[in-house]
Design a protein around this ligand. Structure first.
Ligand SMILES: *[C@@H]1O[C@H](CO)[C@@H](O)[C@H](O)[C@H]1NC(C)=O
Ligand SMILES: *[C@@H]1O[C@H](CO)[C@@H](O)[C@H](O)[C@H]1NC(C)=O
Ligand SMILES: *[C@@H]1O[C@H](CO)[C@@H](O)[C@H](O)[C@H]1NC(C)=O
Ligand SMILES: *[C@@H]1O[C@H](CO)[C@@H](O)[C@H](O)[C@H]1NC(C)=O
Ligand SMILES: *[C@@H]1O[C@H](CO)[C@@H](O)[C@H](O)[C@H]1NC(C)=O
Length: 404
């Protein structure tokens, strides 16, 4: 009898294993939950982001900007945390007709730094960066920390800049955005029957080495005549003359021609490769890692990131598919040669040389994603997609995301 009882328990637990304890989806790993819980959490996150968009624009107004200090999203608690400097203004905020219906989704947390203070300190720090041009410094506003954050490659070598910015009270973190983490590369056999080029696949150029494909775009103005021109967006700092070839993950076979980089922005870190090769096919798919499910993620659109502490993922040749949380959306980076890049997304995404240009994205549901930009540097730095298209439309061509 006892044996049967244990057998039943064993069978039950074996049976329940695939239903309750699978972590195949990248977000299941990030959130440390089972696959089955992901759709519900994603739905929560989407709802909170929609509310946060309205809320943040209201908090920017004169009435509130010196009383509140930014917001961020907590999907597990199912609320938006509102950094609150002056709690006497909470009732005024909750009295607004756009806010009132969403009251239950707001959690007011005591904080010291108002948005107006954070913004003015940010401007002052930026001004010092502009004067001193400290290479490989990153600056952004972190809503979870309710403060501005500075990344420096090495604290002891940046005393001039750090002394100059001390009055503005930033959090200083030692991170080198160009450091390589030397991760082991996986060796996986790729089925070469379909030579689709997916976001996150490797791109190789003899002089530049490895970068990653971001996403495919097409020419808006040419859609009438039936023949489409296709382009891949990747990182601008990958630029070298000569051709780029396709290099899927873990593949060392003969390279297939894609084409040359026909445009690279001088203001933002992205470039455009024109498809000339006949053996590769454009897609609106992003490559996920070696998980046996969710290998190919469908792109349904592109938009900028608006909220803090929401999930973000990237796909790249070297470190493959990873997810993390958004720290800041107003990032700036002083490059090695002293130029300043603006409008960067800063996140916890870790990466390595070869991932540059790979897409950053968030999930809409388990299989479909929205692209937010391209990965450009270590320390989780990405160029926002809206700046890429604005710049293309201004200085090159009217291109748009290829969605099939
Ligand atoms: C945002 O505000 C607009 C206009 O006030 C309103 O129509 C919409 O329902 C709001 N959205 C959310 C999610 O609260
Ligand atoms: C605000 O500042 C005071 C004084 O520096 C400090 O004691 C307190 O912990 C701070 N509060 C928060 C929420 O950071
Ligand atoms: C930081 O820079 C100093 C002086 O340039 C150097 O001695 C030290 O080794 C560096 N530290 C790291 C961790 O790179
Ligand atoms: C592209 O990059 C190369 C090398 O940095 C540079 O010479 C060229 O001017 C850039 N093109 C544009 C349009 O910025
Ligand atoms: C893009 O389209 C707009 C509006 O149709 C047009 O004014 C602009 O010149 C186009 N840009 C380029 C670079 O062709």
């Amino acid at each position: 009898m006892k044996t049967i009882y244990f057998l039943i328990i064993l069978l039950l637990s074996l049976q329940s294993y695939p239903i309750y304890a699978e972590q195949h989806h990248p977000l299941a790993k990030l959130w440390e939950v089972d696959d089955t819980e992901v759709p519900n959490l994603l739905e929560r996150e989407r709802t909170l982001i929609a509310i946060d968009k309205n809320l943040s624009s209201i908090l920017e107004q004169d009435d509130f900007i010196s009383s509140f200090g930014g917001t961020y999203i907590d999907i597990f608690e199912n609320h938006i945390v509102v950094n609150t400097v002056d709690s006497s203004k909470v009732d005024d905020l909750l009295a607004l007709p756009q806010i009132k219906p969403n009251e239950d989704f707001l959690s007011f947390k005591e904080a010291n730094n108002s948005m107006s203070l954070l913004k003015s300190n940010f401007e002052q720090i930026l001004h010092q960066a502009d004067l001193i041009r400290p290479p490989l410094v990153v600056i952004y506003t972190d809503m979870v920390d309710n403060n501005n954050v500075i990344y420096v490659p090495n604290i002891t070598s940046y005393t001039e800049f750090l002394d100059a910015t001390k009055p503005f009270d930033p959090i200083v973190i030692e991170i080198n955005p160009s450091a390589s983490q030397n991760l082991a590369q996986s060796r996986r056999n790729i089925n070469l029957i379909e030579v689709k080029v997916l976001g996150g696949d490797g791109l190789h150029n003899d002089q530049a080495g490895m970068c990653s494909a971001g996403f495919w775009v097409i020419d808006i103005d040419e859609q009438g005549n039936g023949q489409k021109d296709f382009y891949i967006i990747t990182a601008g700092h990958c630029y070298e003359p000569g051709v780029w070839t396709h290099q899927p993950w873990g593949y060392n076979g003969p390279p297939l021609l894609i084409g040359t980089m026909v445009f690279n922005s001088s203001n933002y870190d992205f470039g455009v490769i024109f498809l000339e090769g006949k053996d590769v096919v454009p897609t609106f798919i992003i490559r996920n890692d070696e998980a046996d499910q969710y290998k190919e993620l469908i792109i349904t659109g592109g938009e900028s990131v608006s909220s803090h502490d929401v999930h973000i993922c990237k796909s790249g040749y070297k470190t493959h598919f990873t997810c993390a949380n958004v720290f800041g959306v107003n990032g700036i980076l002083v490059t090695l040669d002293g130029k300043i890049s603006y409008d960067l997304i800063i996140s916890g995404l870790r990466s390595d040389v070869g991932d540059s240009g790979g897409p950053v994205l968030s999930f809409q549901d388990l299989h479909s994603v929205v692209v937010h930009g391209i990965h450009t540097n270590g320390a989780g730095i990405a160029q926002s997609i809206d700046k890429i298209f604005n710049e293309l439309n201004k200085h090159y061509k009217n291109l748009t995301l290829y969605l099939g």
